[in-house]
Every structure is written in C-alpha cells, then in structure tokens.
Design a protein around this ligand. Sequence first.
Ligand code: 4G3
Length: 405
Amino acid sequence: MRIDVLTLFPEMFQGPTNESLLKKAQQKGLLSLEVVNLRDFTSDKHKTADDTPYGGGPGMVMKVDVVARALSSIVNRPSSVILLCPTGKQLTQQKVNELAKQEHLVLLCGHYEGVDERVREMVDEEISIGDYVLTGGEIPAMVLIDAVARHIPGVVKESESVKQDSYYDGLLDFPSYTRPEEFSGKKVPDVLLSGNHAEIAKWRREQALIKTRQRRPDLLAKANVYLALLHYPVYNKRQDIVSTCITGFDLHDIARCACTFGIKKYYVVNPLPAQREFAELIRSFWMDDSSLEFNWTRAEAFKLISIKESLDETIDEIIRAEGQKPTVVGTSAKAVGKTKFKDLKREMSGAKQPYLLVIGTGWGIADEVFERFDLILEPIIGKDEYNHLSVRSANAIILDRLLGR
Ligand code: 4G3
C-alpha cells in the first residue's frame, strides 16, 4: 500500500512512523509512506501557506492554491484523498478495514483554524479521529496510518491476532493473562490452565460479551431492520403481473424467523382487501388472551406482523417511525443483485439507520419494483441451477446470513 501525507510539519512524522511495526512494514516493502511538505508548493518568497479569513475573525486558514498544487504533484491517481479534520466522519474499525483494501491513499493534514472551504471539493472524504479539536491533522493522520497498516497482510505477524482484536467482530476483547499463575493472591482463571480448547473458546466469548454489555452496550445494539413480504406486484409462472395469496405458513414461519433474528417489524404487503382481512383474522386468532397464555412464543412473533396495502405505505410508516427513509434492500433468486451478504452484514451491524428487506412471493418481484431498491442482494446459490426455494426458506437463509451470529 502507498500512503502520501501532505503536511506543513513533515518532521512530526519522523518518530512515530519509523518505529516498531510501521518501520518493519516499510522495510519489508509492504507500506510505502511518502511525507510531502506543503510549504514546497507555496508561490511567494515568504512561503505563505495560510492567510486570514475573509469576513474577519480570529485564526488563519490554509490556502486552497497551495493544497491544489500539492495534490496535482502526486503521480498515479490515488484511490482516495482524505482530509483529516474535526468535522469529518468518525474513524471506526469498520472504516479502517475498508481503507486497508485500497491501493493508494493521500492524507491531507489541515492546520490552524482550518482549510479554505474549496479544499473540501478536492478531497474524496473527510475523516475525524474523535470529537475533539487538535492543533493539526498530523496526529489523526498517524492514527489512521497505524490502524490501516495493521491490516496489510504480513504487517502483523499472526493475522489471527488482528481477527481477535477488539471491535473486529463488534465485541471488546476477552481478558488475557500471562505468567505468573498467581500474583499478589490473584489467580489466573482455572479454565485457561485446563488445556481444554473448546472450553477456553467458550469462556473467552462469554467474557467478551459480558465486558461489552457492561462497558459498551451500544456495540450490542441490534441492527435496525424491517422485513416486507410482497404479494404484489409479482410474476406468476407465465410472467403476468399478479397479486398472490397470503398463506398461513408465511405468516407463522416468517414471523417466528423475524422474531428470532431481531427484525423490528414484519410487513405483509397485499393490495387485496379480502386477503388482508384473512391475514388479520389469523393474526388476531393467535394473539387473543388464551393463545397468549397457551403459546406465548407464537404470540410474541405475531406481534411483529403488520398488514399493509402497498410497499409505499410500508416505507411511509417506517419513515414516520424512524424519522428517515430506510435503505430498501431487494432480494431475487435471479443473478441481478450484486450486493454480497457479508458486505451488507458489516454495513448493517454498525449502522443506526433503518433497513427494509423486501422478499417476494410467486415467481419473483416485478421489474418495476426493482427501481425502488437502493441495493439488491446476490442470489442464494445451491448445488446447481435448480433454484426454487420457498420464500420461507429463502428468508431464513437471508436473515441468518445478515443477522445470525
Ligand atoms: C480545523 C482533526 C482544524 C479544520 C484535525 C483541520 C482534530 C481532528 C484542523 C481542519 C484537527 C480530529 C486541524 N483537530 N478530531 N485540527 O480528527 O481541516
């Protein structure tokens, strides 16, 4: 990976990037770090890189022309130009993992009170390392370099150790111990000395969960996902657009699956009034007082069901509940979707924003609905071309891939 840093203070990078793992990464040729002095791109004899703000006020602003010349001096189009500034999007482990996949990054370190607003149009993204102000973007750039470099294959000795990091799988680290076995009366937990690897793995996972629940319950917050079972407009066998019937199986099985995976609401979408009445009847039957007592797990699942006339009405209800439009995710058995399950899983687990997963009945969702989708999931592929899962089975697989542990 290549990283170019544009800064007014290149000396600041001397120490931190020339020790330990970052030094080794560069020696091994895994990381090529180029620190460029912005002052070399000034145009007057005083080498002025900053100036007073138009409109008055305290502080200095970094000049746009200096930054522009420095950026155009970089050969090979970089994958991403990043400005480190307090108003950027916060750097997270997820973001680090994304950046680590890129070939070439350019990091622009703002200084003083900031940069000329027109600089922001020249960068691909703005990143902040946290909600506080520093004297410059240099330390944030070093933080980013360090975090990203750990993910270049070969930099950290055991790639397993990166996978065990805090945040990697959304949990904090489990506790670690090394010799001595007893220190000031405090002993290492017996299970770690047992040699039973299965027991040790189980204990570590439990401890990570306990610690995360205590210290960072926000990390365990569930993804914000809604589900819609669409009965119209869908195709029949002859490619006519039809409305399909609501089935008892789909109400029961998908509701229980939705409940198991923490779906917020399961919308059953059908424009036919008689069909909706039928679904309401089944719903109220399984949710009356005696059922609640007799089979509360089923009643619990049925609470998730909401019967709607159209996809529009469904999306409107989510907007009203969440205060924002959900990302609408389509599914199809045909190879039209390009979004990988594991990518969407990652995206959803960190996100606060709502998602609406749309699953279709009949012979597939009509083409006109696909324009409404922000993303379309890749199809589920079995052993060969035979690809006729029931919507209940497909839903179970999809929810497990996206929301299962
Ligand atoms: C204002 C980044 C200040 C605008 C930079 C650069 C904090 C962070 C600066 C600008 C910074 C951070 C320099 N302070 N939280 N100061 O990542 O472009």
